[in-house]
Design a protein around this ligand. Sequence first.
Ligand code: G3P
Ligand code: CA
Length: 308
Amino acid sequence: MRLTIALLFACSAATSALAFADEPRRVFPPYSRPTLIAHRGDSGRAPEHTIAAYKLALEANADFVEPDLQVTKDGVLVCLHDTTLERTTDVETVFPGRSRTIQGRKVWPVADFTLEEIRRLDAGSWRGPEFRGLRVPTLQEMIDVVKGHAGIIPETKAPESYEALGLDMAGLLMDCLRKNGLDGPGADPKTPVVVQSFSLDSIKSLRRKHHCRLPILALLQKPAQARSDALAELKGLADGIAPNKELVTGDPELVRNAHALGLSVTVWTFRAGRTGSFATVRDEMAHFLYELKVDAVFTDNPDQFPGR
Ligand code: G3P
Ligand code: CA
């Protein structure tokens, strides 16, 4: 009996996957095809969020390059994943007396340092001596490298913690994009811009306070955020969802539900060495893009993107 049920379940799952694979692909601008996003640059081959990683991403023909954003003490947007500097720089050596202890851990918050101070840090040596001397780039420096060659998909990181310090990350982002002529959809056809955030408040601020007309993705990481009623609430505020891989594999209807609401689906994060049951990261990305029909993938390994 158990075997019969298992077989029936397997057959029905296979049939449903096949039916899904046969459905025509919808296009969600500014994506025009299965889309490659270089996660923190080409962070598989160079230290994340360095100009070297962004240049490698362009060499790998990334459609978009991702900068995560933090704000310095003097209000400048820099590209860094963490809110603190110690994981990816030598701040501990350069500024040994400037840490704070938070939850029993010594940390060096970005917001405690001016841009001039952050420029003194080495953001490459943690990955290997060959990367010594790489710096933490500003968003402007990132744009200078990528504009005209690929899209840019900035993430407002921990915006609430900056808000508490009187720093308006969404406003700084829109100012910077405006200065570069990138603040409207289609403003620079060679450099489409999509904004992403885990923070619904940040998305609301972008839309309502800063009148952002660019496509915005809501980053999702909890099953409750991926329920169809939650997706329906996002409609009108966001143009797409960006769930992690587990949310997509855990709910066979998620992609279809999002698409039915007109929301694109961008999935994170595809990494060589963390591919679950797939032999390679290329195979894993191909499964998500061409069988599950997601629209775009964030990957540390843009050079492994499956051919289109
Ligand atoms: O923004 C997509 C993905 O990067 C979210 O995770 O922590 O790497 O920023 P994280
Ligand atoms: Ca990110």
